[in-house]
Design a binder for this molecule. Structure first.
Ligand SMILES: [Mg+2]
Length: 134
């Protein structure tokens, strides 16, 4: 169970994507490993609002979404909590975009379509970088 800490508590995740199908795929990838998806948002504005209550260990963030895109939402969340860990998930992966994502504090990037083990591995690497061990 890669999504459970040695003390038995799950790693909490907020899944942000305007596609309900993709959100379902993220849940399906993570929950069998014990991760807990504590919230889902369909656009960046919803994500920022929900974030204030949830404060998950990790956020998976789509880029292209209506109302507020993932880059704006990531920047707004980093303003609230500069230490928040964010994994960007997107079909778009050109260098300009990746550089902009990094400039906004996104920790890592996973291209769509993704395999379950790819997101799991990236999440674990991101969380290890803050000094926790899993
Ligand atoms: Mg999208």
């Amino acid at each position: 169970m890669k999504g459970v800490r040695p003390d038995g508590t799950p790693i909490t995740v907020m899944a942000v994507d305007d596609s309900p199908v993709t959100r379902k795929m993220i849940k399906k990838a993570l929950e069998p490993e014990g991760f807990l998806v504590v919230g889902e948002a369909g656009n960046g504005k919803e994500a920022v609002e929900l974030y204030l209550n949830l404060q998950p260990d990790i956020i998976t963030m789509d880029i292209t979404m209506p109302v507020m895109d993932g880059l704006e939402a990531a920047a707004a969340i980093k303003d609230i909590n500069p230490g928040q860990k964010i994994l960007m998930l997107s079909a778009m992966g050109d260098n300009d975009l990746l550089n902009e994502a990094r400039a906004r504090g996104i920790n890592d990037f996973c291209s769509k379509p993704f395999k379950p083990e790819q997101i799991i591995e990236k999440i674990l690497i991101i969380l290890q970088s803050r000094g926790e061990t899993y």
